[in-house]
Design a protein around this ligand. Sequence first.
Ligand code: E4P
Length: 217
Amino acid sequence: MKFFIDTADLAQIKEANDLGILDGVTTNPSLMAKVGIKGEEAVTNHYKTIAELVDGDVSAEVVSTEFSAIVEEGKKLHAIHPNIVVKVPMIKDGIKALKWFSDNGIKTNCTLVFSAGQAILAAKAGANYVSPFIGRIDDASWDGVELIAQIANIYAIQGWETEILAASIRSSLHIVKCAEAGADVITSPLEPILGLLKHPLTDIGLAKFLSDAKTFK
Ligand code: E4P
C-alpha cells in the first residue's frame, strides 16, 4: 500500500518525505486555500514546488465542471510537471474528461467518490486512481472502510487496474483498516501517519532498555 500525504503544507510534506516512506501527495482547492495560495501563478508555482520535492504522483484538482474546460485546465496542470495527476470530480462531464485524459496519456484521480457505483464508472472511464472519501462517509454515519472493501472486491472480480486511493482519512486506525480492506493507496494528513508510530509499551520498553544499557556501558 502506497502512502500519500493529504496537504498543501510544504513543511508537513517535507517532514513526511524525510521519513522515507512517502509515495506521493494529494491536494484539493480547500487544502490550497488553507495554506494561503492565491492566483493562477501562485497555484502553478506551488504545485511545481511540491512535485519537485516529492518523488511520486502529485494530485492537482481542476475547478472546472464542463467537459472542454476540464480538459483545458487538466492539460495546463499536467504541463506543470510530469508527476502531476489531474484530479477530476465525479460528475458527468468529469467522467467524459477522465476518458479523454486516459485516451491521451494523462494520469487522473477521480475525486469525491462516495459509492461503489461511482467507483465502477471511474474505472470504466480509465481513471488511474479513484478516491473514496472514507472520513466524510463515517461522518454521515455510514462505513467508509466497508466501501473500500466493496470497491476492492469489485475491481478484483472485474480485473480493473484503477488504484483505490482511500481519502479523507481521519485517524491512524483508518490507515490500518484501509490496509486490511485492500486499499492500494492511503492519503492522510501528517498526524494519522505519525500516529502509527505510537504505542505506550514501545515507550516503556525503550526507557527500560536505555536505563539497563547504562549499567553495562
Ligand atoms: C483528498 O484527495 C481529498 O480531497 C481529501 O482527503 C478530503 O479530506 P477531508 O474530508 O478531510 O476534507
